[in-house]
Design a protein around this ligand. Sequence first.
Ligand code: SF4
Ligand code: SF4
Length: 169
Amino acid sequence: MQKLTNRSVQVNRDPMTMMERAYLPALAKGLVITLAHIFKKPATISYPEKKRPFSPVFRGLHILNRDENGAERCTACGLCALACPAEAITMEAAERKPGEEQLYREEKYAAKYEINMLRCIFCGYCEEACPKDAVYLTETVMPSNYTRESFIYKKEDLLIPDPKTPNIK
Ligand code: SF4
Ligand code: SF4
């Protein structure tokens, strides 16, 4: 029969020798490979005790920022949601009431602000679109979790602590 390629290999069907049946050469070859790897620098690290440095352009979990007086910067203008290619951001705006000037920087604020981290692709467009420097992507790696709901980050999860009351978010 005509060969299709010249890459075919004739299988050796000779009976195994005494040494081959003892598998000693194969065992010795395997041990040499194992020993050679013991003295090589490991490719892995002991995470989370050790961490690799991130790229300077790494983008992680979002935060909602406050101004220097501790008031929320976000005015619920919706530009971040509009810029988001993954449609991951939703919000509800509310009017600031008299006496709430210390809480909210402008007349409008986000009563509800959510980011669906399962949709987010960490592109940073929301940060770029924000005219109030309110939303930032940090260097914190998105933690894993077991439920889909836990990946919906609410305003309380995103807002940085008030510097005047550091234990209250
Ligand atoms: S980082 Fe990108 S995908 Fe994620 S919320 Fe912001 S704009 Fe949307
Ligand atoms: S985070 Fe910025 S862009 Fe998004 S709603 Fe608030 S102020 Fe507007």
